[in-house]
Design a protein around this ligand. Sequence first.
Ligand code: ARG
Length: 587
Amino acid sequence: MTSLAAELSRIAGEAFAAEGLAESFGRVAASDRPDLAQFQCNGALAAAKAAKANPRAIAEKIAVRLKAEPIFAKVEIAGPGFLNLNLADAALSARAAALATDDTLGAPGTGTGKTVVIDFGGPNVAKPMHVGHLRSSIIGDCLQRLYRANGWKVVSDVHLGDWGLQMGQLISEVEIEGVAPVYFDPNVVGPYSDDSPVSMDDLEILYPRASAACKADPARLEAARRATVDLQAGRAGYRALWRHFVKVSERGLEREFAALGVKFDLWNGESSVDALIPPMLDDLKTRGLAEISEGALVVPVAREDDKKPMPPLILVKSEGGVLYGTTDLATVIERVRNYDPTLILYVVDHRQHGHFEQVFRAAARGDLSGKAQLEHVGYGTMNGTDGKPFKTRAGGVMKLHDLIAMAKTEAEKRLGEQGIGADFSAEERSEIARKVGIATIKFADLSNHRTTDYIFDLERFSKFEGKTGPYLQYAAVRVQSMLRKAKEQGASIGIPSVHSAEERRLILQLLSLGDMLAAAEDKRAPNMLCEYAFELAQNFSRFYNEHHVLSEPDPALRAARLGLCALVLAALTWVLDLLGIEVPERM
Ligand code: ARG
């Protein structure tokens, strides 16, 4: 379905063309002043500039033509030549009827025939997922749902941190602790046991210990570096031990992502491109793009017009290990080869901006990215009410599953206060609280523009009033149960149409869904989905307060209104689904 704004732009474009002006001046958009008009076209001003004519005179000519179009109920000229446009209710009703039978609810199809790789989540092996990875997971998951809805083929990759110095730190820590000597015995080359000598709980103790030791003691750091190089070079015992770390961590991570309702197509890691690295290095050396600098192999990426110093991308350190940037560069090659994407998005903390700038420039220099545009989708920090990065009460790192549990407990409390589900089984109440808890976290995160830091205030985010996830779930559940009641009463659900100001507003908003999805994709901005959902719930509640639906005596009007409710519910549940939020059966 073409969007309403696109259709109006076409009509206005024809009017401009008929006056001998460029069609592109006919661009129509939703009005900045909805109190004055539904849509606006500002093209007469630009057209006048280009033609060195009077804008008002052009606007008048265009207005005459637009007034002859039955789709418009009112065409007015404002100020120096803005065109304010209102549609005929019959035209709105006809489009609402078409939308009601469109399974995609007007999704824009911007991605048809195109592939996007979305790299998000990015947790690290042997470290529990914390709130730092939460934003990447929530934003990245919303983007993968949005891109799919818009017709893209999406390949999502968790891109595990499994190949860097932290692996060497762990290996040497395990050696020192003496818990698994066989992996260090130079006389043994395997096969090794399938059972891991360490559990996730062990890793959670071993890793912080190793990292602290390496900070305090240069000899320990040196040992960890050597272990990293040996691991990457393929030492059998180290590889076997490392595989245990990865497997044990993956099992834990899968549980965490499942709790959050986040899925990935690929569980690749930094190590997945290991085999691609030597040929990549050879190639870059042969083509003179990589060079030795202070013993390391680097790709210079600075440009003359750089305002800040731009260090080279280091591919191989002087002692031999490869780095985060090396694996990221090789991963570009792998993704291009496997998926030939149009776009690769990296949903990673904005503090890594410099890293991605280096990688993207190196990829461009080496002509490694095919037709793909590489883009870092950065985001800010989630802070506690003290304005510092979110911590536990004791000041420690907040783990993801503890945060989810906290939100669920808060949801249970709120549901109790509201008397919601008092007569449901304990099991159902708990399931509702789980969904509400997740909605609390996700909506709070996504409703802020991703680049801003925000304060995680559970008290505020879990309220059933205001711009919150729970409010929207509740709004959807209310429409859902009203429709259920209507069906029980045998009322027929008809075709939505305009009968009042409130219906007109709702239908206009529903008809703008596709444009909103396209804009949210274009800006990689999940907060636009949140705005839309909130506004839809509010427009619905205004409509519902003003008009009878189930109690409407006129059966035709009742059916039309029920049809509108069904369309609102479909749109609201869909947008919530794109935000990763589930709507309970009842509340
Ligand atoms: N593991 C990294 C971290 O915790 C994030 C990985 C992001 N993705 C990437 N391709 N570099 O910071």
